[in-house]
Design a protein around this ligand. Structure first.
Ligand SMILES: [Zn+2]
Length: 397
């Protein structure tokens, strides 16, 4: 038995007052963070440049804001980790290292398993004890109640993160039971926008899951958002109408985000079924991180392309796949995808495909996304596929 740590992210579902309380927690956490930076500066000035320690910080910050004690410790931990990390890389000769700096408005609040309670499908977050006494007694405040569809066992820590609304990032322990599939069939994935997933396995079974639905959701979202933006821009900032539109936009993004998340889950479920059906135990996927980062650096003027790239939901699909596949002992391995879309699987010459169909001067013709998948598999496995044997074309309902 092996212990593995996993993270799942779920939207915060709670009462309005609890939601406000939680939002405020991230503001308070930012205040703590900013105060830590100040304390560090003061300490270094008074102690010949020595770095401040954990216990000193804990002492100084006790009761600094009205936040649960473990929440403050969480921020101290994060700070020390960031500081010592950058000091270490400075020591290793990296020159462009920046130490943690202040002026955060929000900071992810943390709770450990000791600060939470689980009752059925609810996670209860304890609030700090107030000093006011009611009837001569210190009263504990009612905890924040969040509804979560599936609460994992052995929660280690929960972080409250903000991505245009609040989410719980739940870290938990799991005992891996080695449900390893008894086969050494491997597959590769080429992730894309037209087709969310194009895959092929060593036996030549190809799978394409179309991203049409996901694209339709995003297009609709963009249209609605643009309409609201236009209206918003005509309002006086801060006016009643302005806030009305702002609220509507918030609501809109939540609505579409839920739809997109649902589409992502369905996509990765289809892929899992394909893996189980074909006895696939290892899956390689192309490292798109570097590609997206590169384009950012180049600062493409073309907003359209950037929008396309950022809306790819690539990271979310990988995360969802990783969650689902690991439960069945299927390994998901990130590999470099250099030239995978350009290389001809037959003659190995490079050519940029112009449209959805890849065609090479040697006469090789193939669906573009399948070429990507074939190359990723060939590059990482002792195999030399050029064509598929069977092809499945699936879409999410
Ligand atoms: Zn060729």
């Amino acid at each position: 038995m092996e212990t593995i740590y996993k993270t799942m992210t779920v939207p915060v579902k709670c009462s309005r007052s609890d939601y406000e309380y939680l939002s405020n927690c991230n503001k308070l956490s930012a205040q703590v963070w900013n105060r830590i930076i100040e304390l560090e500066k003061e300490f270094r000035n008074n102690n010949d440049g020595k770095w401040i320690g954990r216990s000193k910080l804990q002492k100084e910050l006790k009761g600094f804001v009205h936040l649960h004690a473990k929440g403050i410790q969480h921020i101290i931990g994060k700070y020390l980790y960031a500081r010592d990390g950058s000091l270490a890389s400075k020591k290793a000769g990296q020159s462009n290292v920046r130490l943690p700096y202040r002026n955060k408005n929000y900071f992810a609040t943390g709770w450990t398993y000791q600060d939470i309670k689980i009752v059925e499908n609810k996670i209860l977050f304890t609030k700090p004890v107030t000093k006011e006494k009611i009837n001569g007694k210190v009263r504990r405040q009612k905890p924040v109640v969040c509804h979560v569809k599936f609460v994992p066992d052995n929660i280690v820590q929960i972080e409250l993160i903000y991505r245009n609304k609040l989410y719980l990032s739940i870290k938990y322990k799991e005992q891996s039971e080695h449900l390893q599939i008894q086969s050494n069939n491997s597959a590769s994935i080429d992730l894309g926008e037209i087709h969310s997933i194009a895959s092929i396995d060593t036996c030549g079974n190809a799978l394409i899951i179309t991203g049409r639905k996901m694209r339709a959701i995003k297009q609709l979202r963009n249209k609605h958002q643009a309409r609201l933006y236009r209206r918003l821009s005509k309002c006086v900032e801060g006016s009643k109408q302005y806030w009305k539109y702002r609220k509507a936009m918030q609501k809109l993004s939540v609505k579409y985000e839920n739809q997109i998340n649902d589409a992502i889950h369905k996509t990765s479920k289809l892929f899992l079924d394909y893996c189980l059906e074909n006895g696939i135990s290892t899956v390689y996927y192309g490292d798109l991180d570097s590609a997206t980062r590169l384009t950012k650096k180049k600062r493409i003027a073309n907003n359209y392309i950037r929008q396309k790239l950022t809306q790819w939901s690539f990271g979310a699909i990988v995360e969802s796949l990783s969650n689902k596949l690991s439960r069945h002992g299927i390994k998901l391995i990130k590999v470099s995808e250099r030239y995978s879309s350009q290389k001809c699987p037959s003659c190995k010459s490079l050519k940029k495909p112009r449209n959805r169909q890849y065609s090479c001067q040697c006469g090789y013709k193939q669906h573009r996304d399948i070429v990507g998948a074939i190359n990723i598999l060939n590059d990482n496995h002792e195999i030399n596929l050029t064509h598929y044997v069977s092809k499945k074309y699936l879409r999410i309902g």
